[in-house]
Design a protein around this ligand. Structure first.
Ligand code: EPU
Length: 331
């Protein structure tokens, strides 16, 4: 275990915001977890690769991270991965070992643990589609627990680990059920032309597609999609469709045994249509190629990001009557 004091966090959040933590603890393996020195040190903040986090102030407590390294075991088609491993490294590892199902999640920044906590998703696939269990340790009691996929309460960009009161559960291992047979998921329109691609070729196409729409982390800090796509009722959808015939077709959401259909709209389109693409406020900006992404134009603070986010939220509410919620976690 490594412990650091008064640590700059700029390198530990993909937005590149210059906050500091009173203490940073990096856990290297299961042996460290057994030592679990956490209870006496609250408040604490669990940070993955900092790819979905915006710091608006210094953190006057203990930031806990898992060492980012490759630790994987395989049992049949089940792959158990260390939560500190980079998700993109896991995707490549699975392909190298002839296991399929994660390729559409290529190039998502962040760790395996964060992928479970956020139920990350892209190009027709969500992490929950293959997660069979998530193992945690409670920072308060040091008790370990294994949750089945159902017990994780996965939904769009959320899970039980984001529910109020569950913030002290540190995700340490995630197990994915994969397949030895490669069946490509080409449901995302831009992938339709790739029926003959190998899994590695699909991964590369997805990686290219992703970087066409998102800033490259080495050039500009961001947190990927800053807002979640809003889910609205039938009346709101019909009103918007009548007012904006060019609005992209939403994703209709149905629940088993429930007649009510809701619609997931494109936040990127709403923000773009409201005229924000390419605009800046202070040193925070809206990515010129994708209005769903806020980025650091250079030296930006968390307050500047949040001021821009609030201006966008207010404008989208005024123009469309729709509320946008951040996908990013605001500290
Ligand atoms: N659009 C615009 N203008 C924009 C951005 C988007 O008109 O500036 C339109 C697009 O033309 C398209 C629609 O909005 O018709 C949807 O855009 P896209 O397919 O790029 O997907 P998204 O809804 O913006 C979501 C995820 C992404 C994921 C992509 C692909 C969320 C919040 N975002 O974006 O995830 O990569 O689908 O599956 O659900 C992330 O979560 O960080 C992330 C990047």
């Amino acid at each position: 275990m490594k412990v650091y004091r008064n640590v700059p966090l700029k390198e530990f959040n993909t937005f590149g915001i210059a906050a500091r933590a009173r203490r940073l603890v990096v856990i290297e393996d299961d042996v460290d977890l057994a030592l679990s020195p956490f209870a006496a040190n609250h408040p604490s903040l669990i940070l993955g690769a900092g790819s979905d986090t915006v710091f608006t102030h210094d953190y006057n407590g203990m930031v806990i991270m898992l060492e980012q390294k490759t630790l994987v075991t395989v049992d049949g088609c089940n792959v158990r991965a260390w939560a500190g491993m980079r998700m993109d490294d896991l995707v490549q590892w699975t392909l190298d070992n002839g296991l399929y199902g994660l390729e559409n999640l290529s190039a998502i920044p962040g760790t395996v643990g964060a992928a479970a906590v956020q139920n990350v998703g892209a190009y027709g696939v969500e992490a929950k589609d293959s997660i069979v269990s998530v193992e945690t340790i409670s920072l308060g009691s040091s008790k370990r627990h294994r949750y089945t996929g159902d017990e994780c309460h996965f939904a769009y960009r959320t899970s039980r680990f984001k529910e109020p009161g569950n913030g002290d559960e540190l995700v340490v291992w995630v197990t994915f059920a994969l397949s030895r047979e490669y069946v490509p998921n080409l449901s995302y329109t831009a992938l339709e032309g790739l029926p003959h691609a190998t899994a590695q070729e699909l991964r590369e196409a997805i990686t290219d597609l992703r970087w066409q729409k998102l800033p490259r982390p080495e050039e500009h800090g961001s947190a990927g999609s800053f807002f979640k796509n809003p889910v609205v009722d039938e009346a709101t959808y019909q009103r918007l469709k009548a007012e904006h015939p060019d609005m992209p077709a939403p994703h209709a959401i149905t629940q088993p045994h429930c007649p009510i259909v809701t619609y997931k709209l494109s936040a990127g389109w709403l923000i773009d249509c409201a005229g924000w693409k390419g605009k800046t406020m202070g040193r925070a900006g809206v990515w010129p190629k994708n209005a769903l992404v806020l980025y650091n134009t250079g030296g930006c603070t968390g307050e500047e990001v949040m001021a821009l986010a609030k201006a966008i939220q207010d404008d989208v509410t005024a123009k469309f009557g729709v509320t946008l919620q951040p996908e990013a976690i605001i500290i």
